[in-house]
Design a protein around this ligand. Structure first.
Ligand code: R5P
Length: 295
């Protein structure tokens, strides 16, 4: 099967190919001077099914190119198109919080599902939507990066204490701690706005000499990690290490985290300078299960 890598995913695609036997799909994908997308598939397509590996952390800019690639492949005779989107965007607006708001998590799933035959992702932000099957009618599988995160912690840190910055992160923190063989704590977070969060540390019984390791699914503005780290320091812990599955890094976020003295580690769901945790083995195993299940 051919694997087409959208811009930014070339390295993860190479790693994935080496673990799966997928072949490199070749294409020319570029922007016209006015910003529209040009796509040309350079392969002779004799295959029924292809997979696309896409980086969608700026979905409003990247999504149309993806749809045009899917349409091009189908137009050239491909029958089945699957998407590997290690970071699945638009999962956080999963409810109408205020009258008149759009529930973009459902709408995005609806649009994507119409164009694909299957979907594979890693740690989507499942909160009020508990399972992808609630919003996707195509086969959709979510892998979790808790094992590679735990492996990274075990390989790099002595006496870790996993910290989830808010109640939503407990699903990752608890599993990571179990696999890394350490304790975990959950902090309290109140969000007042996109960039305003308040974090408090519960009266703790944990050993203050442990290395706190903040584990969350997403870093966007970095405010959650920064506030959590600040409160942990005030509570007497040493400087924490911050691990997120998906490093979205809104403009200025990384700089602000570095200015706060934080060590930041992410997976390579989104390529970047902190992507120390390789998801290729995890995605490879998910892909095998997905393809066996959809045969
Ligand atoms: C919350 O819903 C998520 O799990 C993350 O905690 C959140 O997206 C982090 O956002 P930020 O980096 O902007 O504080």
């Amino acid at each position: 099967m051919l694997l087409y890598a959208m811009p930014g995913q070339e390295q993860l695609a190479a790693s994935l190919r080496s673990q799966t036997g997928l072949l490199a799909g070749t294409m020319s994908l570029r922007r016209f001077p006015d910003g529209e997308t040009y796509i040309r598939i350079l392969d002779q397509l004799h295959t029924e099914e292809v997979a696309i590996l896409a980086q969608l952390h700026h979905p409003d800019e990247q999504f149309l190119s993806l749809l045009l690639l899917i349409s091009t492949l189908r137009d050239l005779g491909v029958k089945r198109v699957g998407l590997i989107a290690p970071y699945l965007p638009y999962m956080r607006q999963d409810k109408r919080f205020a009258p008149g708001e759009g529930v973009s998590a459902r709408y995005f799933a609806n649009i994507l599902g119409k164009h694909l035959d299957w979907l594979l992702c890693v740690d989507p932000h499942l909160h009020r939507i508990h399972d992808l099957t609630e919003v996707y009618t195509i086969p959709a599988r979510a892998m979790t990066a808790v094992a590679p995160i735990a492996d990274w912690i075990s390989a790099h840190l002595d006496r870790p204490l996993v910290i989830g910055p808010d109640s939503e992160s407990e699903q990752w923190a608890a599993s990571v701690a179990r696999l890394a063989g350490c304790e975990y704590e959950i902090l309290n977070k109140i969000r007042h706005g996109d960039r305003e969060v308040e974090v408090s540390v519960p009266v703790n019984t944990a050993d203050l000499s442990c290395t706190p390791v903040l584990v969350d699914d997403i870093v966007s503005t970095g405010k959650t990690m920064i506030q959590a780290a600040r409160q942990l320091l005030q509570a007497g812990y040493p400087q924490p290490v911050c691990i997120a599955v998906h490093g979205l890094f809104a403009p200025g976020a990384l700089q602000e985290m570095q200015d706060a003295g934080l060590t930041v580690v992410t997976s390579n769901s989104i390529a970047g300078q902190h992507d120390q945790i390789d998801l290729a083995p995890l995605i490879a195993s998910g892909l095998r299960e997905m393809l066996e299940g959809t045969e």
